[in-house]
Design a protein. Structure first.
Ligand code: AKB
Length: 314
């Protein structure tokens, strides 16, 4: 049985990944760590939790050693919009944090590391439709630059030290448990809360802005599937993955099928330029071929599920 450390467990993905991993590997074998206090109840109630900052290398090493960790999910990251407000902090947290994790992993012979990259690794010169796995990586945001650098770093640690590092380029993630913060795709989560609570939403992207997205159950499955994928079948360390693609206007129309009174207007801000530099749709055929990646949720199924869950909660 694996002994898993999840760094950045309080974030949007971490807070749902931890319970999903505990279901599979047992509560005691999944140690959740975060910098945010208090950590969300969803992770504190289900198993071991430690306050940890990935920038504190010694504490990180101590936890890996004392808790007998063999697998790491490194989820801590500043996202694209925050990264444009604080580029130096984004570099520090995203790259120095990752370097610390890779160094600690090397010292303690960690078996496997999962570190998510993002569609932000692509940039304005990348083909925007059906973006291939292997293509131009010239992002125009600090977040994207940190993701491309991270992709190169994990490849380097594999080549030089034999660390089994694995990564997926995540699109926007839609979820009902923990709100995302500081991303460009955050609108696609906020819109559901506002549709249920206030029946209206002002979107910070234009109506026609189309981006790749994924629903959280597919995202946690994607993480586990890549972790457990047979190493002999993997021909690379970084994979494109996607669940669906839609524009802000198409999402609003889908929500109106469930909430007919819902109204939306559009006031694009600085995040529009970020969205315009990213792909509109992703070719994830290599992930499908090499480790049987197969998402279950499309726009219709995801929207119905989000509305059902949030209606009950809100
Ligand atoms: C963001 O919007 O910054 C993130 C991402 C696509 O990586 N959700």
């Amino acid at each position: 049985m694996r002994r898993i450390l999840v760094i950045g467990a309080a974030g949007q993905i971490g807070s749902e990944l931890v319970p999903a991993l505990r279901e599979i590997y047992g509560s005691e074998n999944v140690i959740a760590t975060g910098r945010r206090t208090p950590l969300p109840e969803i992770i504190t109630k289900g198993g071991p939790v430690i306050y940890l900052d990935a920038l504190q290398k010694d504490t990180l090493s101590k936890v890996i050693y004392e808790r007998d960790i063999d697998t790491i999910f490194h989820m801590a990251s500043l996202l694209s919009a925050t990264g444009e407000k604080m580029p130096q902090a984004a570099w520090n947290i995203n790259i120095n944090g990752l370097l610390n994790v890779l160094e600690a992993a090397r010292s303690y012979s960690i078996d496997r590391i999962i570190w998510p990259s993002s569609i932000a690794a692509f940039g304005p010169s990348t083909p925007r439709e059906n973006t291939p796995n292997e293509t131009i990586l010239q992002p125009s945001t600090m977040y994207g630059i940190s993701k491309v650098s991270g992709e190169l770093l994990i490849e380097y640690y594999y080549q030089k030290y034999g660390l089994d590092t694995r990564s997926m380029r995540l699109p926007g993630i839609i979820s009902s448990e923990t709100l995302p913060g500081g991303g460009t795709t955050d609108y696609a989560v906020e819109i559901f809360y506002e549709a249920i609570k206030n029946k209206k939403y002002t979107c910070f992207l234009k109506e026609e802005t189309r981006l790749p997205m994924m629903y959280m159950p597919d995202c946690t499955k994607c993480m586990v599937d890549l972790l457990e994928a047979d190493p002999s079948k993997l021909k690379r360390h970084v994979y494109n993955v996607t669940g669906m693609s839609f524009s802000a206007g198409e999402l609003a129309l889908e929500i109106q099928k469930h909430v007919p009174e819902f109204k939306i207007d559009y006031k694009p801000d600085f995040r529009q330029a970020i969205a315009d530099s990213w792909p509109m749709s992703i070719d994830d055929s290599l992930a499908r071929a090499e480790w049987e990646w197969n998402p279950k949720y499309d726009l219709q199924k995801m929207t119905k599920d989000m509305i059902d869950i949030l209606r009950k909660r809100l």
